[in-house]
Design a protein around this ligand. Sequence first.
Ligand code: NAG
Ligand code: NAG
Length: 728
Amino acid sequence: MEGKSFISFIVLIIGFIALFTLTFLNFPETPSSNKENLLNCNTHSPWCRFHPKKPDPLQNPPESTPRRHTTDVPHHPLDPLTINELNKVKSLLSTNPIFKTASFHSIVLEEPPKSTVLRWKKPDPLPQRQASVVARVSGDTHVILIDLDKAEIISDNPGPISGYPMMTMEDMTSATWAPFSDANFNRTIIARGVDLMDLTCLPISTGWFGKTEENRRLIKVQCYSIKDTANFYMRPIEGLTVLLDMDTKEVIEISEKGKNIPIPNSDNTEYRYSILKSNQKLNLINPISIEQPKGPSFTIEDNHLVKWANWEFHLKADPRAAVIISQAKVRDPETGVLRDVMYKGFTSELFVPYMDPTDAWYFKTYMDAGEYGFGLQAMPLDPLNDCPRNAYYMDGVFAAGDGMPYVRSNMICVFESYAGDIGWRHSESPITGLEIKEVRPKVTLVVRMAASVANYDYIVDWEFQTDGLIRIKVGLSGILMVKGTSYINMNQINNQENLYGTLLSENVIGVIHDHYVTFHLDMDIDGSDNSFVKIHLKREKPSPSDQSPRRSYLKAIREVAKTEKDAQVKLKLYDPSEFHVINPSKKTRVGNPVGYKVVAAGTAANLLDLDDPPQKRGAFTNNQIWVTPYNRSEQWAGGLFAYQSQGEDTLAVWAERDREIEDKDIVVWYTLGFHHIPCQEDFPIMPTVSSSFELKPVNFFERNPILRIPPNAKEDLPTCKAAAKATN
Ligand SMILES: *[C@@H]1O[C@H](CO)[C@@H](O)[C@H](O)[C@H]1NC(C)=O
Ligand SMILES: *[C@@H]1O[C@H](CO)[C@@H](O)[C@H](O)[C@H]1NC(C)=O
């Protein structure tokens, strides 16, 4: 037994080493699921046998050696820092006596001013390249601006009084090992009947709950038994919380409130196919993939400029936001002109409060971007499963805690999606005597990334349609954060509310929680000066002069938001409204202002008390929509320094100024929310739940912009004959 436990501990260590090797050394991956013969074809069509191997600059088959990026150069003012630029920052700071021993929490491009970027055109020389660095040296935070061309420090400013930078991967790893230096911790674990060799621990951000937590960078650590399962999340050592100083790694306090709570056993917790396969096989559907006989229709120029159908945009990976879409433009089918839609769109912050106020749970109120780095947690995508065949994979080039650059390969994928949906259609009934059947298939372009923030997986899709619509979708999957309990059946429980969740399995409770994902959407509809208009549908009575037998009808009432407070929206089913971002000085032929609307859907409202400490920090979720005037330092809805922040630098605070937003460069903030009451189907791993909202043209085009796209024709789509057996 002892031997077996030790092996699992070793496996865990090897796992960590492997993760870090992959992370830092960009080690070639083994293509586990890239089965070339997925299509069971027996025709002579070349794409039916194996997928076409035409040399295509776009294709970066994941089975090929990962790109090293050492020779990358920036081509566009918004291109992320290259390996060479990151190395320049590292050598500049490591030779500076102040920063010799610094840890680096962020090294990213300081984007040039918006006006500079808007003026820039290829092949103009690039504007000055600058790096923005967040570093910590002997307990102090520095925000450093570096001129990369001259290799010198432009400015070095202290961080804020409260709030700390995003954790580094090294912060998180070292925190999980730190408790082992404390003999009390070891004794507590052994007292719970867990072998120290079977332990795995998670770094949990502490939130902020008052004075005692100030002036010290804190983290809590909770542990799990990894014995007999890879799904250690389902085996919590409930009630045991270690409070650490993240800078010194000193154990400040061990709170043990779970002495009488058993550790759930490993039954049914496995989710790996390779292990489940032997016990249980569910082959419900034949292998499936979409065909692209002529290959995909998008190109990626200069590593970051995506061109597809009528769309163009700049795409990059970011350690905090994960994916940044910039300068999205759509081509007008009438004039052929590329028209501005959005200057910048990205996931600004996440807020994930758990609904259990007790000792080991109250602080679980994660801000996954500002605390953990949404992009840092985005793992390489799995070809053919995360993204379909013909996807293009883009890497992230980031800096580690010591400033060394590394490559996160296959972090973002770009692919065309055809879900069998219809773009538009009409058929005529025989009663008209006309024989008409006009249908156009809907094909879209998807940009995808999946972040695994410890147990939870977030999939974020930016989906572009040829009719000008952008859909932003968030999918939730991964593993629940569960609570250990002595209950094994509901018949032991008198008051279900006291569970703070749902009994999912013997000794396992799935705790109720919310997810909020807030997007920064710097809309530029045909230029930067835009207005935000609410269009309310209001019930009216017909006037007596109408002589109408109707008693009611709905009227659209336009209200232009003058200041920030006019534009704060709490969605209401019984106050149906549209939310338009318009360019008041650009009109269509018949005189409507051109615009895009924010199509709010499938969201959830935050019900926490506004004075609850986590909600002060998460106050950017108090409304579903906010609009602010553009300000380049207002990017992160939960504040630049979100870790242990007290909520003094959130979107809610900025918007209190109630600045003017009419006919100005404005930014829309949209929060997609989810309430999650776990259910047994979420055990041991959750089927994906998704929700989305859209940015949809409204009087932007003169008419249906995809009127002239052709229908599919048989000749263009050679069919793959499936194996004889399957056709029977
Ligand atoms: C706690 O246990 C670990 C694992 O056995 C060991 O490496 C460590 O030295 C122990 N800590 C103390 C203070 O004894
Ligand atoms: C821009 O935002 C920062 C941070 O909220 C603020 O301090 C500054 O005053 C803002 N500038 C303007 C012009 O509103």
